[in-house]
Design a protein around this ligand. Structure first.
Ligand SMILES: [Fe+2]
Length: 354
């Protein structure tokens, strides 16, 4: 059917409604405890998402280097999510990337519709909104722009935003730098499992097969944020996910039985361990449940890059070195496509990372 008739959340938000349509209203059990996200962000007194300073990751001092790597390992084991600071990606690149995305989304909806994807025919790249995909017809309070950014030869530049004109250049630059960071992190995660440095990188497809997919999430102001979700609770299927945002809070992590709101840490990149690494590590590293809140004051925009193994080529299962009598395998062998299918079983919509 193409994109006609799909209601963009931005249009809905701009229409001046005071109450949200029922498709966006979540079940009480799902959102019963949602508060104001700005107050939630400032709550002290419970554990916070760990911050890992990567400046010492390559220190020539072995003790310093080891300490830094162990911190990252601990964060991956206990939380599966962390703020990375001193990550080596120039802040100028990140600022320009954000500006490009903000400029694209600041255009009228009609302009953005020119890039509309067509999920029903499998064209998932482009401008989109979640389709009602099951009997409940439940929707999320967001629009997005989704496209592959790495490897470069697999990109389809013809569907990338042409406005602003520097979008392609800065997004390519960010993707290239992020690919380097992903290798670095995979190396540390491998070493800390007692494996060779390049092992996880190889297991998820290496330079040629690991796909980096960018999703710019646009969460309009919501008149009833206590009833809606920008993104429903899920774990990422990726190997790693890297996330930056416009310093408006919204991300919540389900940690030790309660929802913890991630603070906005300047110049950081938030990184998730995804299901793929959880599986390969036989559950040693965690893929944490998380969701996105919306608010009635500020538009939130986030830029998520999902680093995904190829859909069919690799069978994901715990690495044999990590399976022992005392630590039996926790996951059945599955391709990435099978894993996604298993997770969305019962839903009809083409799987799109969140
Ligand atoms: Fe996610």
């Amino acid at each position: 059917m193409g994109s006609e008739g799909i209601r963009r959340v931005e249009s809905l938000a701009r229409s001046g409604i005071e109450s949200i349509p029922k498709e966006y209203v979540r079940a009480k059990e799902e959102v019963g405890n949602i508060g104001n996200v700005f107050e939630e962000e400032n709550k002290e007194g419970w554990e916070q998402v760990p911050t890992i300073d990567l400046s010492e990751i390559d220190s020539s001092d072995e003790v310093v280097r080891k300490k830094c790597r162990e911190k990252l390992k601990k964060a991956a084991e206990e939380w599966g999510v962390m703020h990375l600071v001193n990550h080596g990606i120039p802040s100028e690149v990140i600022q320009r990337l954000k500006k490009a995305g903000e400029e694209f989304f600041s255009q009228p909806v009609e302009e953005k519709e020119k890039y509309a994807n067509d999920q029903e025919s499998g064209e998932i790249q482009g401008y989109g909104s979640k389709l009602a995909n099951n009997s409940s017809g439940q929707l999320e309070w967001e629009d997005y722009f989704f496209h592959l950014v790495f490897p470069e030869e697999k990109r389809d530049l013809s569907i990338w935003p042409k406005e602003p004109p520097y979008y392609t250049e800065v997004t390519s630059e960010y993707a290239k730098k992020l690919r380097g960071l992903a290798s670095k992190i995979l190396e540390i995660l491998s070493l800390e499992l007692g494996l060779e440095g390049g092992r996880l990188e190889k297991e998820v497809g290496g330079l040629e097969e690991l796909l980096l997919q960018l999703k710019i999430n646009y969460y309009p102001i919501c008149p009833q944020p206590e009833l809606a979700l920008g993104v429903e609770a899920h774990t990422d299927v990726s190997s790693l996910t890297f996330l930056i945002h416009n310093m408006v809070p919204g991300l919540q992590l389900f940690y030790q039985g309660k929802w913890v709101t991630a603070k906005c840490v300047p110049d950081s990149i938030l990184m998730h361990i995804g299901d793929t690494i959880e599986i390969l590590s036989n559950g040693k590293y965690k893929s944490i449940l998380h969701r996105g809140l919306v608010n009635k004051e500020k538009v939130r925009i986030s830029w998520a890059v999902f680093c995904e193994p190829p859909k069919e080529k690799i069978v994901l299962q715990p690495l044999p070195e990590l399976v022992t009598e005392t630590q039996p395998t926790l996951f059945p062998p599955r391709t990435f496509a099978q894993h996604i299918h298993h997770k969305i079983f019962g839903k009809t919509q083409e799987a799109l990372p969140k």
